[in-house]
Design a protein around this ligand. Sequence first.
Ligand code: SAH
Length: 415
Amino acid sequence: MDHSEILKWLTETDGGALEELWRRADETRRRHVGDAVHLRGLVEFSNHCARQCEYCGIRAGNTRLARYRMSAGEILECARLAGRLGYGTVVLQSGEDPGTRRGWMAGVVRRIREETELAVTLSLGERSEADLRAWREAGAGRYLLRFETSNPALYRNIHPPRRGHRSDRIALLRLLRGLGYEVGSGVMIGIPGQTYNDLARDLGLFRELDLDMIGVGPFLPHPATPLGGDAETGGREREPDEHRTSNIEHRTSNSIHNPQSAICNPQYEYGTQELRKEGINPQSEIRNPQSPQSAIRNPQFAIDQVPNTELMTYKVVALARLLCPDANIPSTTALATVNRESGRELGLQRGANVVMPNLTPPKYRAGYEIYPAKACLDETPEQCHGCLLARLASIGRTVGEGPGTSPRFRNRLIQ
Ligand code: SAH
């Protein structure tokens, strides 16, 4: 499938043609990775973040968010629960948190590997080669790092580098591969300023990078970010846009106002002083006039704007499956957020073969608000688990056993 065919599918509106796309993706999924759905227990262990990503609700500039960092003991408890629930993998995810030290993280990974049968996946953002190497040696087998968009100008706009650092996620993905990790990446769909050509190139890059895991989801505007409207505008600045996902209730996080969830440890707070050291003025966010936000208000640019819809997400999941048939592809929480009723199931029936139930303890969950109104926010891990089993049974799929390594990775090892 070449660029123009990918583009054709991304812009396809005919229901019958799309049925054919879903059918082909589902058939390819069945042939290459089977009917088993692998469950990965997700632990969002820290929402501290040193970055200023324009899309993300836990960005450093969101000073109203109460920050938390789970202890090694708490993370281990979640891993044990993952084992008891029969999951094969635990995914440890966080903001890009300089307070997560190399040795501490290596110790956590080592203990999980010693005490459980679980595979460990990490998703901590852009870290040094020395960190990534140490964690690989400690027993982490997989790393998730979305490149977010393959358009370099758009990437620079929405994902500014930390002062004095380069931000080259594609180079990091290659480094991760070299270190022996199973490598996962992905993009958001419908970022303001993202065109159909950009998205088609993203899909081409999935194949070029020969990814083992591919995670995609709709971009969901967060009101405390530059791409979601900010405190002054309350998100009203944006033009109404019929393409935008409409069935999301925008609300601010409980964690902002609820003292009960102010669980941050002041010792570790990535606070105002650190922000200033990074060259960020937490009080006044200077906006880039060239930012993608302005693009979406300009109808000339907006014509080719990819919508952040559920349908577009299914198209990308299905095309990712056709382009990378042996990869593991999750039906993501962002998808379940735009369609709570059946988003997860439809993702699984249109190319996906993985689900990531949330194991983050309920008291921390609201604090990991990368976008608002996240699905499963109020559920306990056990409730999430029961709900997922019922959903899988309803579409005739089974629960995967063991670590669920991607066939792509296994084949590469044999070659
Ligand atoms: N700090 C880590 C983990 C970030 S959260 C990292 O940067 O890799 C994981 C993913 O959530 C991000 O890579 C991004 O693709 C997605 N995400 C963040 N904000 C989002 C938003 N507003 N809408 C949809 N997805 C978002």
